[in-house]
Design a protein around this ligand. Structure first.
Ligand SMILES: NC(=O)c1ccc[n+]([C@@H]2O[C@H](COP(=O)([O-])OP(=O)(O)OC[C@H]3O[C@@H](n4cnc5c(N)ncnc54)[C@H](OP(=O)(O)O)[C@@H]3O)[C@@H](O)[C@H]2O)c1
Length: 250
């Protein structure tokens, strides 16, 4: 497929969805700048394509993100599309509540995105062109078991993108939220429960790439699962609790 963006910056590209997307975009001829903490993994990925270059960073550091963005712009020109796919997930319930883990998930998933916005918004507003895509999750739609920390970070990202759209759309800048269901990556490898409609990462990355090329505000996959979760949003609370308890055997 012809991809409408020339220079793409993927944050969270060392493994999983971000790494698979990197390969697809490099094959499609995009200039791909990739970031995450694992320098070695990024370098290995960058070695597979002349179009791809690594810019390691930790999203929890505003300084790291801003300086990586400056280097990318100096080396390779302005970014046309930035994909924020960095994220951590630690299953958490009331019994296993852990403040350190809760804080780490907020710092990476939510404040990491804020650190990106801090770096990218001024130049993108000045250019009046480009796209910001934030990977959240279907766990954003309603409270789910074991997502006591992860769920709120992803719900906040959905709200953040909705709010930003009021300001960005009239300025010619696209903002997109990506809400995947279960995808086979290191992040979900820790789940001990059966994951409905678990999707292989290469297939998910192809769906993500198609979604990024579109003008849709929200991109979700696989639709069979995400539709069910979307329906949960409109159910009255007693019915929603009954259904989730039944399907998760809690
Ligand atoms: N897999 C799923 O079923 C699923 C479903 C819904 C949403 N998602 C979301 O999709 C995104 C990608 O997840 P994935 O499934 O591909 O998992 P993954 O393979 O664990 O990828 C997560 C990426 O985030 C990076 N990362 C984590 N902490 C970081 C930090 N502090 N600074 C910079 N990079 C950091 C990781 O690289 P380093 O460790 O090298 O830093 C890695 O590249 C996440 O936002 C996740 O919440 C996943």
């Amino acid at each position: 497929m012809t991809f409408p963006y020339r220079h793409v910056w993927i944050i969270g590209a060392s493994t999983g969805l971000g790494a698979a997307l990197t390969g697809l975009l490099a094959d499609a001829g995009c200039l791909v700048s990739i970031s995450a903490r694992s320098r070695e993994k990024l370098d290995t990925l960058a070695d597979t394509s002349a179009n791809t270059a690594a810019y390691p960073l930790d999203v929890t550091s505003a300084e790291d993100v801003a300086s990586a963005h400056t280097r990318i712009a100096q080396d390779r020109g302005p970014v046309d599309l930035v994909v924020f796919s960095a994220g951590i997930y630690r299953p958490m319930s009331a019994e296993s509540f852990d403040l350190e883990s809760f804080t780490a998930q907020v710092k990476t998933n939510l404040l990491g995105a804020a650190n990106l916005l801090n770096a990218i918004l001024p130049p993108i507003l000045e250019r009046g062109a480009g796209k910001i895509a934030i990977v959240a999750s279907v766990a954003a739609y309603r409270g789910l078991p074991l997502a006591v920390a992860y769920g709120p970070t992803k719900a906040a990202l959905n709200n953040l993108c909705e709010a930003l759209r009021f300001d960005l759309e009239p300025r010619g800048i696209d903002i997109q939220v990506i809400n995947p269901g279960f995808v086979e990556t290191p992040l979900t490898a820790q789940n001990e429960f059966r994951m409905p409609h678990l999707m292989p990462v290469d297939k998910a990355a192809r769906k993500l790439m198609r979604g990024l090329a579109s003008k849709r505000f929200e991109v979700t996959f696989p639709w069979q699962f995400t539709l069910q979760l979307k329906l949960l949003r409109v159910l009255p609370r007693p019915l929603y609790y009954w259904l989730v308890k039944r399907s998760t055997k809690r």
